[in-house]
Write a protein that binds this ligand. Structure first.
Ligand SMILES: *Cc1c(COP(=O)(O)O)cnc(C)c1O
Length: 438
């Protein structure tokens, strides 16, 4: 049965971010995942594994959570999907109301509006198009450039990848990208926007600055310096530039607070959310923005100020029902409270890797961590050796599923993981490193 499935996969499927020649090689036997429960996944052979990266950073409360399952079933018995174009529906309305209430409303420019789409990339596309169009309506069409950070990752659709700063992913498409400017740090941003600076950036041409707050994921779980996000907010305010926070990875508790922006008291002009929004059960994304941005789109129909943008599954009822159930779990199971000691347990477990000759830097932000695998002299491995991938494959033998970012191992389990499973995960990583790096 499994052999037949794998054979068919190799014949017909094309996997993301994958060299398919390696995937289809006779000695590569992909895992066929068939079941999940809590923090565990089970393959077609009946083996169980800890879902060490929450199924590519999406899952929050574990697999097959009874409340999310029930909410989806209940909704399915009414209707799965109806158009949000020309119609509305109770699930999307309730969800928008609850999402807005997660952000402070007693600030100068509160986030009051939610635009639904399907994925992190589309949530970013939506923010980008809203920002551009908003400046046009406000009579400042020259504000059409975006500033992003070196090594940024905001998704793979053409607009989102225009903001990307990872050359291996985005470089070959540069001719098709809209122009964006990249800086490595707040210091570089400040230096290059000082009048007369070499390689200067003119803030009056910028539509928005986009950032992954607190931690850049695909860059290799890289941490921003504390206070940087608040500094960036102040810089954007000084120059009248929009701030877009890409909370696709960090949103919904991953950092220990509901949103990463809360750690520095920042309210952006746009926030993109996806991955964990539906608890990681269904594709659903949200772009938040302010009433001020929204109002710039109001006018007579003939003025053509409408936001002519949308996706077939915008406001999908099943997805919204799952998201509402996920938010209910946050409240009813006091998820953020119970997460705090688990974050400490993760720190404690990771400390056992310190001093390992093949472990370099370890970076943690809330309930996510990156562990650099290095050579014994501390130098990086040649990326072509795919050391990180081989370590993850070896860790699988010890019951852990995860995926590296190059040679940075990612540990980002569902919040429901037990402290014993957490310790087990780190032990599997240690054994994986020992097996590969010897
Ligand atoms: C995953 C991710 C995206 C892209 O989301 P998709 O749902 O894969 O399109 C964008 N930004 C960040 C920070 C992400 O982690």
């Amino acid at each position: 049965m499994t052999d037949r499935l794998i054979e068919s996969d190799k014949r017909h499927c094309w996997h993301p971010f994958t060299q398919m020649r390696d995937w289809c090689a006779p000695d590569h036997t992909p895992l066929v995942l068939v079941e999940g429960e809590g923090a565990l996944l089970r393959d077609s052979e009946g083996c169980s594994y800890i879902d060490g990266n929450s199924s590519i950073w999406t899952n929050l409360h574990g697999h097959r959570h009874p409340k999310i399952n029930a909410a989806i079933r209940e909704q399915l018995d009414r209707v799965a999907h109806t158009s949000f174009l020309g119609f509305t529906n109770p699930q999307a309305i309730r969800l928008a109301e609850e999402l807005v209430a997660l952000w402070p409303q007693d600030v100068q420019n509160p986030l009051t509006r939610v635009f639904f789409s399907d994925d992190g990339s589309t949530a970013i596309e939506c923010a980008v198009k809203m920002a551009v169009q908003c400046w046009q309506h406000r009579g400042q069409p020259e504000r059409n450039t975006f500033l992003a950070f070196t090594n940024a990752y905001h998704g793979d659709t053409m607009g989102a990848s225009s903001l990307g700063g990872i050359n291996a992913f985005h470089g070959r498409f540069s001719a098709f990208h809209f122009p964006s400017v990249h800086v490595a740090s707040m210091a570089e941003l400040t230096a290059r926007t000082t009048p007369g600076a070499a390689d200067g950036i003119d803030p009056s041409q910028l539509a928005a600055v986009v950032i992954e707050p607190l931690m850049q994921g695909a860059a290799g779980m890289r941490l921003w310096p504390a206070g940087m996000l608040a500094e960036l907010r102040a810089w954007c305010d000084r120059h009248g530039v929009f701030l877009i926070a890409d909370e696709v990875m960090t949103g919904f508790g991953r950092t220990g607070r509901m949103f990463a922006c809360e750690h520095e008291g920042v309210v952006p002009d746009f926030v993109a959310c996806a991955k964990g929004l539906s608890g990681g059960y269904l594709p659903l994304a949200a772009t938040f923005t302010t009433e001020a941005v929204y109002e710039a789109f109001l006018g007579g129909y003939e003025e053509l100020k409408s936001f002519f943008y949308g996706h077939s599954f915008t406001g999908n009822q099943l997805g919204c029902a799952a998201a509402l159930a996920s938010l209910a779990i946050f409240r009813e199971e006091r998820v953020l409270e119970t997460l705090a000691p688990k974050i400490e347990a993760m720190t404690h477990a990771l400390a056992s890797l310190k001093g390992h000759p093949h472990v370099g830097d370890i970076r943690q932000c809330g309930f996510m961590a990156g562990i650099d695998v290095v050579q014994a002299d501390g130098a990086a491995y040649d990326w072509k050796l795919q050391t990180g991938s081989r370590v993850c494959l070896a860790a699988r033998e010890h019951g852990l599923l995860t995926r590296p970012v190059r040679d940075t191992l990612v540990l980002m389990p569902p919040y429901c993981i037990s402290e014993a499973q957490l310790a087990h995960s780190v032990e599997a990583i240690r054994r994986g490193i020992d097996a590969v790096c010897g």
